[in-house]
Design a protein around this ligand. Structure first.
Ligand code: HEM
Length: 388
C-alpha cells in the first residue's frame, strides 16, 4: 500500500481550531512529568484493557504484537506529553494511523483507545495535580486528545479512501481491456453478417450490452473519483458551462432528434462550483433527459429562476415523457437504478453528487407532460439571483 503524504496544513488547521498554541500548551509545562513518569504504566493499562476484548486480543496476539504495542503505546504517551506538537510529532501520529489501516484495525477500537487514554489521564490529574490547577490542565489534555482523534481519523479516511480508489480504478482498468477486445471482435463479426441473417440480432445485443458495460465502468470510476476528491469551487458561468456540455453532447451524437430549448438568462451571476463538476452536471442531466424524452415528442428545456434560498439559483431541466411516481424518484437518484433498458443508472447519482460537492442539491419531480430535474446551486459571493 503506497503512503499518502502527511497533510500538514490540514492537521495544523485542526491544532489552530482547537486552540493548541504554544501559549496554551504552557499550562502543561510544570506537569509534564506527571505523565511521562507513568508512560510504562500507561502501556500496560492500555494493553490489559484491549486484551480484555476478544477481537482486539486476537489482533494483539497475532505475530506477538502485544508486547510491541505496549512499547509503542508507552512511547506514544511519553512523546505526546514531552514533545512539541510539531511536524515531526504529526508525522509520527499520522503514520500510526496508517499502520492501523494496514492492519485492517477497526477505527472504532482506536477511538475507544483514545477514550480509555482520556480516563487514564483524568485519574492521573486527579491524583497528582494540585486542585487549583486541575481544571485548566484537564481542559488542555482533553483538547490534545481531541486533536489525536482528529489526526487518527484523518489518516484512517485518507488511507481507506485511497484503498477504495485504487481497488475501483484497478477493477475499471481490468474490465476495460477485455470489454474493448469483445467490442472490437463483435463489430468485426457484424460486418461479415448480412442484414437478413437471423443471428444478427444476437450479435447486436451483445454489442449494445458491451457498450453499456463500457459506460458503466467509466461512470463508476468517475463517481468514485468525485466522491473522494476535494472540490475546487470558483465562480463559473452557467451559460458557458451549459453551452460546452451541449456542444460536447452534439459532437457525440447524443442529442440527435431532440428539440432543445435553452432559456438560461445570460445575465445570471456566476455560481460557485468546481468548473469540472458543473460541466459534469449539465452533461449528465442533458444526456439523461434526451434519452428519457418521449420518442413521439422529444423535447428538453432548460430554464433558470431564483433559488429556494437567498444566494442560490434554481436551474430546471425538463423532458417530455412518462413522469415517475414519488417512490420511483428516490430510486432514480440512487446508483444503478435506471428506467432505460440500456442506461447505467449512474447519470443522476453522478449529477447529484457533483451538485452536493458544491453545496447545492438536485431533485426530481413529475411535471405536466414529463419530468423535471431541479438543480439548486450556490451563487458566487452569495448574491441573490434575479428573475430569469
Ligand atoms: C489511542 C489509540 C492508539 C494509539 C495512539 C496507537 C498507537 C500505535 C503506534 C504509535 C503504533 C506503531 C506504529 C508504527 O510502528 O509505525 C501502533 C501499532 C499498532 N497498533 Fe496501535 N494505537 C492505538 C490503538 C490501537 C488499538 C485499539 C489496537 C488494537 C488491537 C492497536 C493495535 C496495533 C497493532 C497490532 C500495531 C502494530 C504493532 C506491531 O506489529 O509492531 N492499536 N499503534
Amino acid at each position: 500500500m503506497q503512503q499518502e503524504p502527511v497533510p500538514f496544513e490540514r492537521l495544523e488547521s485542526f491544532l489552530e481550531k482547537l486552540g493548541l498554541t504554544q501559549q496554551a500548551l504552557a499550562v502543561l509545562e510544570p506537569h509534564r512529568e506527571v505523565f511521562t513518569s507513568r508512560q510504562e504504566a500507561f502501556g500496560q493499562f492500555f494493553l490489559d484493557y484491549f486484551l480484555g476484548i476478544p477481537r482486539t486480543r486476537l489482533i494483539l496476539e497475532q505475530n506477538h504484537a502485544a508486547q510491541r504495542h505496549k512499547k509503542a503505546l508507552s512511547h506514544w504517551f511519553g512523546a505526546l506529553f514531552s514533545q512539541d506538537l510539531d511536524r515531526r510529532f504529526l508525522t509520527y501520529l499520522w503514520n500510526s494511523g496508517v499502520r492501523h489501516v494496514q492492519l485492517s484495525l477497526d477505527q472504532r477500537f482506536v477511538n475507544l483507545g483514545y477514550a480509555v487514554t482520556r480516563q487514564f489521564c483524568q485519574r492521573l490529574i486527579q491524583e497528582q495535580v494540585p486542585a487549583p490547577e486541575r481544571e485548566a490542565l484537564t481542559a488542555l489534555v482533553d483538547r490534545m486528545l481531541d486533536f489525536c482523534v482528529l489526526a487518527a481519523t484523518d489518516s484512517f479516511i485518507s488511507m481507506t479512501s485511497r484503498c477504495d480508489r485504487e481497488m475501483i480504478q484497478g477493477i475499471a482498468h481490468q474490465v476495460r481491456n477485455p470489454v474493448t477486445v469483445i467490442g472490437g471482435n463483435i463489430m468485426r463479426l457484424l460486418k461479415k453478417i448480412p442484414p437478413d441473417n437471423p443471428n444478427r440480432q444476437a450479435y447486436e445485443t451483445v454489442l449494445a450490452e458491451n457498450q453499456r458495460l463500457e459506460r458503466m465502468v467509466a461512470d463508476i470510476a468517475l463517481y468514485t473519483e468525485m466522491f473522494q476528491g476535494e472540490p475546487r469551487p470558483q465562480p463559473c458561468s452557467l451559460v458557458q458551462a451549459l453551452d460546452r456540455a451541449v456542444q460536447h453532447l452534439r459532437e457525440a451524437g447524443r442529442l440527435e432528434g431532440v428539440r432543445l430549448r435553452l432559456e438560461l438568462d445570460p445575465a445570471l451571476p456566476p455560481v460557485n462550483l468546481d468548473p469540472k463538476d458543473l460541466e459534469i452536471i449539465f452533461a449528465q442531466l442533458l444526456e439523461n433527459a434526451a434519452e428519457a424524452a418521449d420518442k413521439a415528442d422529444p423535447r428538453v428545456e432548460v430554464r433558470s429562476r431564483p433559488g429556494r434560498a437567498p444566494g442560490f439559483v434554481e436551474v430546471e431541466i425538463f423532458n417530455t415523457g412518462p413522469a415517475p411516481g414519488p417512490e420511483q424518484v428516490q430510486e432514480l437518484l440512487s446508483p444503478f437504478s435506471s428506467s432505460k433498458p440500456m442506461g447505467t443508472g449512474m447519470g443522476l447519482p453522478i449529477a447529484g453528487l457533483a451538485a452536493r460537492r458544491g453545496l447545492g442539491s438536485l431533485s426530481l419531480e413529475a411535471a405536466p407532460g414529463g419530468v423535471r430535474c431541479l438543480l439548486n446551486l450556490p451563487l458566487a459571493g452569495g448574491e441573490a439571483a434575479g428573475p430569469a
